[in-house]
Design a protein around this ligand. Structure first.
Ligand SMILES: Cc1cc2nc3c(=O)[nH]c(=O)nc-3n(C[C@H](O)[C@H](O)[C@H](O)COP(=O)(O)O)c2cc1C
Length: 184
């Protein structure tokens, strides 16, 4: 939908991360759907608890983007059935500007469950942030095969779920826009 800004958070800084390709695809699809977007990469922020050197981006940049966002999509892999620590650190940097904004979750895994357990855990966090977590989530299975072999990262059935999820984010974003600001 034109006029909406829906940034995508890439929630892992792991060297060799495959979720990057997934996040890039989501960015491309959001652009095709005529909303504006930007990739927010946890690796850019030099978060203290990560072993990955950051690229010096100021956390204020993240906070500003969250303030501007009408909705958000999070793409993250499942690590030990949970979400990556960097993602939680980045989310925790900000507090008030998430409120009453829609968020869609894309989970990634090299296994058969596509990170579904991570997605469910992340819902608890996004709920605590006051966000509206849309249904469906998108679960990318067998990411290693798709990125390194001849598999398809987003086969038609999964692409359809992605489009449905983005449609939900846009639906809420269009209606809840500005709702994070308390009425004066
Ligand atoms: C620390 C760690 C924990 C993992 N735990 C899980 C897991 O709980 N469930 C799962 O399906 N895959 C797990 N995997 C495998 C990941 O699905 C696989 O490495 C995938 O490529 C992760 O996405 P990434 O490449 O973006 O890091 C784990 C991988 C790592 C590095």
């Amino acid at each position: 939908v034109k006029g909406l800004f829906v940034p995508v958070i890439l929630g892992t800084a792991r060297p060799g991360r495959r979720s990057e390709a997934v996040a890039q695809h989501v960015v491309d699809v959001i652009k095709r759907r005529d909303a504006s977007t930007q990739l927010i990469d946890v690796a850019d922020f030099g978060l203290v608890a990560t072993a990955t050197p950051g690229r010096g981006l100021d956390l204020a940049v993240y906070q500003e983007m969250m303030e501007d966002a009408d909705g958000v999509v999070v793409v993250a892999p499942e690590y030990n059935h949970g979400y990556p620590g960097e993602l939680k650190l980045l989310l925790d940097i900000e507090s008030h500007s998430y409120r009453r904004k829609p968020v869609g979750i894309v989970s990634v895994s090299s296994g058969l469950l596509g990170g579904a357990r991570m997605a469910e855990q992340l819902r608890l966090v996004t709920g605590a942030l006051g966000m509206v977590t849309v249904t469906p989530s998108v679960h990318v299975t067998n990411v290693a095969d798709a990125t390194e072999g001849d598999g398809d990262l987003f086969p038609p059935s999964l692409q359809a779920v992605l489009e449905t999820m983005l449609g939900e984010v846009e639906w809420y974003a269009a209606r809840l826009r500005g709702g994070e600001t308390p009425p004066s």
